[in-house]
Each structure stands twice: as C-alpha cells, then as structure tokens.
Design a protein around this ligand. Structure first.
Ligand code: GDP
Ligand code: IMO
Ligand code: MG
Length: 450
C-alpha cells in the first residue's frame, strides 16, 4: 500500500499562550506549508529571533521563512484592519508576499460591528464576563453558524456593500437593544467610523492576496508530498466544546478543528504536537484550579513576563495541572509533547504539580467541566527545583537532573514523550531530545524541506 502523506498539527494543551508561535517558527524549516485553522486576531503568537520580537495575530508563524507557504484556512475569522497592520509589520516585498501568504475565500470576515457586539455582550454580562479579547470573535462565529455571516469570497460580489450594510445595521440594532451606544466604543484607539474606514482599506489589501480553497490547496499539496503543519490558536481548555464552557473561545481549538478548519480528513492527520508551559496561565475569566496567589503568582508572572500578547492584560498564573494536561492529550491524540518556558521555574526551590483534585474529600481525576464547583481543590505533589540557569545546557540531556525528573514525572502521568524543551523566547533556545520521535518525523533535522 502506498504511504499516505499526512499533515501534522501543532496546538496548545492549556489556556493558550503556550508558546505555539515560537515552536512553529522553529519547526517551519522542515515544512513546506504552515496553515492556521481556527481563531482569529484573538491570538497573539510571539516570535523572537535575531534580537527582534514579532507578534502575529492571523498570519501563520511560518511567514519568516522564505519558501514556506502560509495558509489562512477556512476556519479562521479575518479582521482586515488587523491583517493590514500585520502586513505592515512584516514589510515583505509584494512578490515575496504573493508566494508566501494564501487566504481561503471561505474564511469569514469580522466586521467592525462584530467588535461592537463583543463589547456590548461583555458589558451586559457584568461580573460574569468571559474576559474576551474583544476582537469580535464570538459574534463573527455566531453569524457564521447562523448562516448570516460574510465570507472573504463575498467581497467580489457587486452586492457586497449592500450585504455589509444590512448586517451592520442588524448588529447596531442588537447593540442598541443591549443598551450599548456606538460612541461608547473605541477600537484600537479609533472611533467606529474611523475604524470602519481603515477596515475597508485593509480589505483592499486582503483582497489582493492570493485566494485559494484551503481544502483543495492543502490536499493537493499533500498529494504532491509536501509537508504541512497545521498551527492552532488558543488552547485545548478554551475549546468551545471541551473547554471550561462558557469561559471559552468560539472555535474548536483541538486536532479535530484542524480537519474542519482546513478541509483535511482525519485519516490525513499525522503527528500531533502538543505544546504546554512548565506551569499554567490563563487570561480572562473561568476556572483555574491551580491558580497561584500572592508571591508565587507574582514570581511566575514577572519571571515569565506573563502579560497578554494581544491585550497586554496580566495573565493569571499557577502550577502545572496534570489531570488537565492528560485530558488535553486525550482529546487531541497528542503524539509528542513540547514543554516551554521551563526557564521561568529556574529559581523555584520547590515546584508544585497538581496530580488530582479533591472535591469534598473525594478524589477527582478529570478537570472541572465548567465554571464550578468552587470547592474543588488541587492535590499537589512537590518536587525539588533545579535552582540554576539553563544557559549552559547545550543539549536536552545536559539539563539539570531535577528538571529531567520533572519531565519524567510528566511523561509518566500523561504517557506521551516530551521531545522538545524550550528554555527561552528565542528561536535558538530550543532543545530537542536525542533520538526523539519528532526527529524521525522531521526526517533528518539537518535537511530542511526546500
Ligand atoms: P502563543 O500564543 O502560544 O504563540 O504564545 P504567546 O506568544 O502568546 O506567549 C508566549 C510568550 O512566552 C511569548 O512572550 C514568548 O516570546 C515567550 N516564550 C516562548 N517560549 C519561551 C520560553 O521557553 N521561555 C521564556 N522565558 N519565554 C518563552
Ligand atoms: P493564543 O493563540 C490566551 C481567551 C480570552 C478569553 C476567552 C475568549 O495567543 O494562545 P475571545 O476573544 O476568543 O472571545 O476570548 O479566550 N483567549 C486567549 N487566551 N491566548 C489566546 O490565543 C486567546 N484567545 C482567546 O482571554 O478568556
Ligand atoms: Mg498568545
């Protein structure tokens, strides 16, 4: 039987910001295509190399490697204003851009009035707010599912402006019903009409990018033997179905989301790389059983620079939650693990790891289903920290024994190997384990795909 060429998936196993962007950038030389499959500008993926930092919101993290084809898939929601800013940041010559970035015509547009609605819904929720990034994600996906949304391909229609106005009016009416007025809102420092103007300017630039049908584009590339890496946004615990509903995002952030958001059959998914931090963070509301308080939280936040890439909000910080990680591994079928931000724990005397939960004296091994119950308490195991810098470790194997013990404990719990450890934000601060399965998957690490 002929071996089928399959796409690999890389995604977050926690509440987002696991360092997905950095790892995609590191792996990109071994792939011909990097494809985003869900989410939108609620994502902020940070890449650091050659002393510079870049934050991508919609554009896939393979964009800095010449020869890599980057695809924004049908499952993504697009804000032309934000994409325009991202393109400015990239500043790529037009001919390079046209070979490097492709967008699916089926992807839905986030209208300025979707952002208005996001703000109106959050305000209405008051204390129960989700803590949305206010990028219009929920309302845009709502219109998609309600079959009232506008897709990028619709912009070619002579009636596009008419449809845009009709949908906008509907949103304004709804926001008005919620008691939310247009002049209450500033969008990235602009008034609504200013934002709308800039949005339409951005739309022209977005329309000029090469347009494809992601399902055809990806499957044909796979048929020709190209290596494809699907890049997730957010994280498993923010998944609309499997996250801590309603404190979630509005898309499927898990492996199955890659099938839907690109048009790739489940039988064409190869390896699933699950990225997780050596501890946990969450931005926005919702349950977080291992959330730290006081000095522990401050230490993690400051050492890890835990402030949102998209909103600048301080992230909530806490300890690694192994039952939640094991759940995420299960739901994604993760085959290899990548642990990031290990250096953030360098100074810790003891490292706490949650191994179960206690609910009124009973042990639970599954993460909380939704926002409760409040009296769920993590059961911690404490491990000795390594209390040294990792800068001298040139290989995975040279990492301090206490850290290797931490890794072994995690692997034992979730039953999947940790193949890569990230010890800093820079591309080069990445250690791949000798003989790791991921090396075989990437064929020969020294021979990046042309
Ligand atoms: P993403 O959304 O999953 O791509 O992650 P973000 O970019 O939002 O957040 C990860 C943050 O941690 C960024 O500021 C990265 O530059 C940084 N980062 C990534 N890996 C490491 C690491 O191993 N150590 C440290 N200290 N920072 C890291
Ligand atoms: P990346 O891809 C962390 C969170 C928000 C909020 C909830 C819903 O950078 O990991 P939304 O704007 O989707 O309506 O917000 O989800 N959230 C993220 N948290 N990283 C992200 O993306 C996130 N995208 C959304 O903070 O709690
Ligand atoms: Mg992020």
């Amino acid at each position: 039987m002929v071996e089928v060429n399959k796409a690999d998936v890389l995604l977050g196993l926690q509440w987002g910001d696991e360092g997905k962007g950095k790892i995609v950038d590191v792996l990109t030389p071994h792939y011909k295509m990097v494809a985003r499959f869900q989410g939108g500008p609620n994502a902020g993926h940070t890449l650091v190399f050659e002393g510079k930092k870049y934050i991508l919101h919609t554009i896939p993290s393979g964009i800095f490697h010449r020869g890599c084809v980057n695809l924004v898939g049908n499952g993504v929601v697009l804000d032309p204003f934000i994409i325009n800013n991202e393109l400015d940041q990239l500043n790529l010559p037009l001919d390079v851009l046209k070979e490097s970035l492709f967008v699916c015509g089926k992807a839905h547009l986030i209208l300025p009035s979707h952002r208005l609605l996001d703000a109106a819904f959050e305000k209405k929720k008051g204390k129960g707010k989700i803590g949305s990034t206010l990028k219009g994600i929920g309302p845009a996906y709502t219109d998609k599912v309600a079959r009232t949304g506008l897709r990028l391909a619709d912009t070619a229609s002579v009636t596009f402006r008419e449809k845009y106005n009709a949908l906008k009016e509907e949103h304004l009416r709804l926001a008005g019903d919620l008691g939310y007025a247009l002049d209450e809102l500033t969008l990235d420092g602009l008034s609504f009409p200013e934002y709308e103007d800039a949005w339409f300017q951005g739309l022209e630039r977005l329309k000029a990018l090469p347009r494809v049908q992601s399902e055809v584009f990806v499957n044909e590339a796979l048929d020709k033997g190209a290596r494809v890496l699907a890049e997730g946004a957010q994280g498993t615990l923010l998944d609309i179905d499997f996250g801590s509903y309603p404190y979630v995002t509005s898309s499927n952030t898990i492996t199955a989301g890659a099938c839907i958001g690109l048009g790739v059959a489940p039988t064409r998914i190869g390896e699933v790389f699950g990225v997780f931090k050596a501890y946990c963070t969450r931005v926005g509301s919702g349950p977080f059983p291992t959330e730290a308080v006081d000095e522990e939280a401050t230490h993690l936040r400051e050492q890890g620079n835990e402030y949102g890439s998209t909103t600048g909000r301080p992230r909530r910080c806490g300890w690694l939650d192994l039952p939640a990680l094991r759940y995420a591994v299960m739901i994604n079928g993760a085959t290899r693990l990548i642990m990031t931000k290990v250096d953030v724990l360098n100074r810790m005397e003891t490292i706490k790891v949650c191994v179960a939960y206690d609910l009124n004296g009973e042990t639970q091994t599954l993460p909380p289903l939704s926002s409760g119950p409040d009296n769920l308490r993590p059961v911690y195991r404490e491990l000795p920290g390594w209390q040294c810098s990792l800068e001298n470790a040139e290989t995975f194997e040279q990492l301090p024994q206490a850290l290797l013990n931490y890794v072994a404990m995690i692997e034992d719990f979730v039953n999947v190997p940790v193949d890569i450890i990230s010890t800093g934000p820079d591309r080069q601060q990445t250690l791949i384990r000798k003989g790791a399965g991921i090396l075989k998957r990437l064929a020969v690490i020294n021979e990046p795909q042309k």
